[in-house]
Design a protein around this ligand. Structure first.
Ligand SMILES: C[S@@+](CC[C@H](N)C(=O)[O-])C[C@H]1O[C@@H](n2cnc3c(N)ncnc32)[C@H](O)[C@@H]1O
Length: 210
């Protein structure tokens, strides 16, 4: 088990109980995503956590595959989906890389509050572009600490990780993150930031059609 997997497994119960930090921005993200969803869509959410967002999007699409590295997060997601009567969300333990989804098979991919945690970010982004159909959408919300004074957390990260107090965490600048998305073959349709010191960046990007 990786340090991150162990970290997020331990965190699952507390994460499930904690309120959404910025409800107004969360609702805006939901509605800006849902206007793009249609009932025939197959979508994937990676780093789905306890499934809160997948369950909210479920009525708008055909099905959702929700993946995460932490089994305890997935268990909570399964219970919540069952309790909500949601039957079109399947939860599975995997990274995006290990999933090895079929090329051009998905209408939308969601990576919410996760891309700054992924060690192989560029490979993951290439995979997102590969598995989306042409014209498909990539919806992401990413913590970009690169231009904030909080970037110095980088110095504490190795110790924090060693002590099991922190997961993998990568310090990104918003401009670098946007460039990585564009370089992977997307056009940016929506981009705004929010949160303490505006460090969370919400982006809807569309895979360029050849
Ligand atoms: C901050 S939580 C976000 C959960 C959810 N997306 C949300 O917005 O509430 C990060 C989640 O990503 C998962 N995660 C971390 N690294 C991952 C990876 N490489 N692949 C898939 N999931 C990962 C963690 O287990 C955790 O559930």
């Amino acid at each position: 088990m990786s340090v991150s997997q162990e970290f997020w497994d331990k965190k699952a119960e507390g994460y499930a109980e904690s309120p959404i930090a910025d409800e107004e921005s969360y609702q805006r993200k939901l509605s800006e995503t849902q206007v793009l969803l249609t009932p025939e869509m197959n979508i994937l959410e990676f780093g789905c956590g306890t499934g809160t967002t997948a369950i909210k999007h479920a009525p708008y699409v055909k099905d959702i595959l929700a993946i995460d590295i932490a089994q305890n997060m997935l268990e909570i997601g399964r219970t919540r989906a069952r309790e909500a009567g949601v039957e079109n969300v399947v939860f599975k333990r995997s990274t995006l890389t290990d999933l090895n989804a079929k090329s051009e098979s998905l209408d939308a991919v969601l990576g919410l509050n996760v891309m700054h945690l992924v060690p192989n970010r560029k490979e993951t982004l290439t995979d997102v572009a590969r598995i989306l159909k042409p014209g498909g959408i990539f919806v992401s919300s990413t913590v970009c600490l690169g231009s904030s004074y909080l970037r110095f957390v980088k110095l504490l990260a190795p110790i924090g990780k060693l002590l099991g107090l922190m997961p993998d965490l990568f310090i990104l600048k918003q401009s670098e993150w946007v460039k990585e998305i564009v370089d992977a073959g997307f056009t940016i349709e929506t981009q705004w930031h929010h949160g303490k010191n505006d460090i969370s960046v919400f982006i809807i990007a569309r895979k360029v059609t050849m």
